[in-house]
Design a protein around this ligand. Structure first.
Ligand code: ZN
Length: 59
């Protein structure tokens, strides 16, 4: 199932670069993955077992 693999390596839907992984400064459990070109960002919230996605340039 590709979804599981995509938890580890993900690509920007716009430029296809590998997303950079960060940890939230305020909440260490939150993992932020973002495009180095700032096209796309998603936050993983383990407490809610969900992703919050934001497409910064998509309308
Ligand atoms: Zn991008």
């Amino acid at each position: 199932m590709s979804f599981l693999k995509n938890l580890f390596i993900e690509h920007c839907p716009k430029c296809n670069k590998v997303l950079e992984t960060h940890h939230s400064k305020t909440l260490k459990s939150i993992v932020i993955k973002s495009c180095p070109e700032h096209h796309y960002q998603k936050e993983f919230h383990p407490a809610f077992e969900t992703y919050i996605e934001s497409n910064k340039t998509f309308n």
